[in-house]
Ligand binder design. Structure first.
Ligand SMILES: C[S@@+](CC[C@H](N)C(=O)[O-])C[C@H]1O[C@@H](n2cnc3c(N)ncnc32)[C@H](O)[C@@H]1O
Ligand code: SF4
Length: 342
């Protein structure tokens, strides 16, 4: 594999509203809720197309997938299936992540006919536990997923996400086996992320700094620590049409202007500066490399699920890929701007 990521995703957040109540999702930290307006979607898609054209011209070309995930439930947006079609008509790959409860037969057929290529359903609990944690009917979600698997055969890859919010290997395996037996193409485990400090749960708390640990989060911004790759390989546009550092910015604290004002390429240098400084959100985030090292050092992860089971080698490799990708984007965008001006 080359030095750049094989693929970048652009998460277009159709909404941060949600019909579920997952207790590991800090929805109450959000400053405001809303739905993406049609003109904002049009411009976000135009920016995604523009970025894909740039990504193809990079010294190490990168594929781009538009993903509908965000911090809410994309199927709450009544235009979600229409927008999948628009993405595919723009010749971009398309993926959607959902809690599955609104995935009726009509919606499933519409998504597949629109050309959806990957569907990921987030179901980390089974039966009554699911109903308690998600506040949704388990039977409906299960039936929706089974129906989608049937309809999708040969047309769309179907996966399940299981969040390790109990830190319980046996639980993860049980949920994984349940869905594999029903024919899903893959199951991904997510380690519990604290959403840049928004999730106030003991299970997602960062360990207190101890003497001998890597420098404390308030340390010198220029310290040579690896940067988080998320802002470069997983780009994010909020429902309000503003670019944000990453999908963990639950409070929408680190914005970079709107899709009407600027492009993904033009904000890359600002993103690099932000993520290098670790301020204000990375220093609080469980995905920040320095915090990952801190967690690994405190050896608090018995389940060995991501993101806690992290090696220094992996951090350095991710860092190198992110920096090379960011530098390629900046250089290629500058060349294009110079060529246009001359
Ligand atoms: C915020 S949801 C939005 C999309 C959709 N509503 C869903 O449930 O899939 C995106 C993904 O984040 C996962 N998630 C939510 N809170 C999380 C946390 N604290 N740590 C890790 N993953 C989390 C969800 O399970 C889901 O797979
Ligand atoms: S470390 Fe920073 S950039 Fe990475 S996911 Fe956390 S808040 Fe986002």
């Amino acid at each position: 594999m080359g030095a750049s990521p094989a693929a970048a995703t652009i998460d277009i957040e159709l909404t941060n509203r949600c019909n579920a109540t997952c207790d590991f999702c800090p929805r109450d930290a959000m400053p405001q809720e809303g739905l993406m307006r049609p003109e904002v979607f049009d411009q976000s898609l135009a920016r995604a197309v523009e970025f894909q054209a740039l990504a193809r011209r990079l010294p190490r070309p990168v594929g781009v997938t538009v993903t509908f995930c965000g911090t809410g439930e994309p199927l709450v947006h009544r235009r979600a299936t229409e927008y999948v079609r628009r993405v595919r008509e723009a010749e971009l790959a398309c993926q959607l992540t959902t809690n599955g409860s609104l995935l009726s037969r009509a919606t499933a057929v519409a998504l597949l006919d629109a050309g959806l290529e990957w569907l990921t359903v987030s179901v980390s609990e089974l039966g009554a536990d699911y109903e308690r944690v998600y506040g949704l009917s388990f039977a409906r979600t299960r039936d929706n997923v089974e129906q989608f698997i049937d309809l999708a055969r040969g047309r769309c890859v179907v996966g399940i996400v299981v969040v390790d919010h109990h830190r319980d290997e046996a639980h993860l395996r049980a949920v994984e086996d349940y869905w594999r037996a029903r024919g899903v193409d893959y199951v991904h485990r997510y380690g519990l992320i604290n959403r840049a400090g928004s999730l106030r749960s003991a299970a997602a708390a960062l360990p207190a700094w101890r003497p001998g640990d890597p420098p404390a989060p308030s340390s010198d911004a220029a310290a040579p620590w690896p940067i988080c790759p998320a802002p470069f390989v997983h780009l994010f546009v909020g429902w309000d049409g503003r670019y944000y550092l990453c999908s963990s910015d639950w409070r929408k604290e680190v914005g970079f202007g709107s899709v009407f004002e600027t492009s993904f390429a033009a904000i890359t240098a600002d993103k690099l500066a932000r993520v290098r400084s670790r301020q204000p959100i990375c220093a609080r985030c469980t995905l920040d490399p320095l915090n990952l090292l801190l967690q690994a050092r405190h050896a608090i992860d018995p389940t060995r699920s991501r993101p806690l089971d992290v090696s220094l080698q992996e951090l350095v490799e991710n860092d190198r890929r992110a920096q090379v990708f960011a530098e390629d984007i900046m250089a290629t965008a500058l060349d294009a701007a110079t060529a246009t001006a001359s």
